[in-house]
Design a protein. Structure first.
Length: 187
């Protein structure tokens, strides 16, 4: 009930917690607390569908990754990937008046880290073939690279004012991938 109320109050949520790329630099110059919007915007979503899409991927990956690397490294990867995705989008969309919201860059970062730390893992998927459902085991590495390729293609073919900033996913993925390598070196 409370979440439903907040999703219908998009003006208030966006104005308070989201990033407007064309305003954020001037806002930070006048009051440095606006930097917190780099964090708060990761928790605001445009709809239940947007939130649900992020949560599915997050729940598939997060628990096994956090168990392997611990809370500190997990949070470092998650938030750094989210910040990196947002920062790049602020630069990329510097003239945009649209709000920048969502955890897609952060979730993509944990996916990037996941393939570094679990490269030989396979997951089961169901492939619909007409009315027949075929179960298949697919390497996470292959599935992740297909996903990354789709994000890149969608960014290239989408107009600049499209409501999804696919490049945030790509930047988050690359950031998580690099931080996971740093984790492997440090441990």
């Amino acid at each position: 009930m409370i979440a439903s109320y907040f999703f219908h109050q998009k003006g208030f949520l966006n104005e308070t917690f989201a990033i407007k790329p064309n305003e954020i630099i001037s806002q930070i110059k006048s009051q440095w607390l606006y930097l917190l919007k780099l964090l708060s915007s990761l928790f605001v979503h445009g709809s239940w569908k947007h939130w649900f899409g992020n949560m599915i991927l997050f729940l598939i990956i997060a628990f096994s990754l956090e168990k392997r690397i611990g809370g500190f490294w997990f949070l470092l990867i998650y938030f750094t990937a989210g910040f990196a995705g947002n920062l790049y989008c602020i630069y990329y969309l510097s003239g945009s008046e649209n709000y920048l919201i969502g955890a897609s860059g952060a979730v993509s970062g944990i996916l990037g880290a996941w393939i570094v730390l679990f490269p030989s893992l396979k997951i089961s998927i169901i492939i619909p073939i007409g009315f027949y459902m075929q179960k298949a085991e697919i390497p996470v590495l292959l599935l992740s690279l297909i996903w990354l390729g789709i994000q890149i293609i969608l960014q290239l073919v989408s107009p600049l004012d499209y409501s999804i900033v696919w490049i945030s996913h790509v930047v988050g993925f690359i950031t998580g991938f690099c931080l996971a390598w740093l984790y492997r070196i440090a441990n």
